[in-house]
Write a protein that binds this ligand. Structure first.
Ligand code: SAH
Length: 221
């Protein structure tokens, strides 16, 4: 088990250091974020056949037509979310394989995460438990609706792109809270929305490419 988590060869600590170096070269600065990337074994979030590629800076398939996000994007979004100080109550939309969840879990007090594909969520739940990640609540649900009962949130992170920003999500932000998400169709961009006393501030953070945020649930049949 320890060996599985620590990794050998293409999943070893040395291979991971090369990824860290690449992220640093691309401008990721927050040492706490880099440390999480160093310590989370990304190879256990992908199929065993793809484990040797887990520390390449690339998205990889995780089944159900979905992907594990590129490490650079996970690092960047986490850094952007944390910039004004670490949020305590975070909503994550699009749990997927849970890699982003695991990176974030060590940097915030708690995460409420929503995934629309139930079998994927169940697998992820077991994986995060195995990793000892405890401050996460899981929900099989539609991220377009957010998770109002657990809010308001001082951070919301969305890992799939809607065509426009869902107002339900901005409404679940606390004052001072920020929402980091991709938005758009063929051309997407990463944005950060901060809730102020009077309205919302919107920042554009560059071009990105995510799977679409889709309405409706897929159950475990
Ligand atoms: N966070 C993941 C990446 C997930 S990919 C990582 O760390 O790698 C995006 C995920 O969003 C997919 O699992 C997809 O099923 C999910 N998703 C898409 N639309 C959704 C919605 N409306 N509500 C909840 N999850 C959604």
């Amino acid at each position: 088990m320890d060996q599985r988590l620590n990794g050998i060869g293409m999943t070893s600590a040395r291979t991971r250091e090369r990824l860290l170096q690449r992220l640093t070269e691309q401008g990721v600065k927050n040492p706490a974020v880099l440390d999480r990337i160093r310590n989370i074994p990304r190879h256990i979030f992908v199929d065993e056949a793809l484990a040797s590629r887990a520390y390449e800076d690339t998205a990889l398939p995780i089944g159900f037509g979905q992907t594990i996000s590129q490490p650079y994007i996970v690092a960047r979004m986490t850094e952007v979310l944390l910039e004004a100080g670490p949020p305590s109550n975070v909503l994550e939309v699009g749990t997927g394989c849970g890699y982003q969840t695991a990176v974030l879990a060590g940097l915030v007090t708690r995460i409420c995460t929503i995934e629309r594909i139930e079998p994927l969520l169940l697998r992820t739940k077991a994986r995060l438990k195995e990793l000892g990640v405890k401050n996460v609540r899981f929900r099989h649900g539609d991220g377009y609706e957010g998770w109002k009962a657990q809010g308001p949130y001082d951070g919301i992170l969305v890992a799939a792109a809607p065509l426009t920003v869902p107002e339900t999500l901005t409404q679940q932000l606390a004052i001072g809270g920020r929402l980091v998400m991709p938005v758009g169709g063929d051309k997407q961009e990463l944005i950060r929305i901060t809730r102020r006393e009077q309205g919302f501030e919107r920042e554009r953070l560059g071009a990105v490419s995510f799977v679409p945020l889709q309405a409706g649930l897929i159950g475990a049949t």
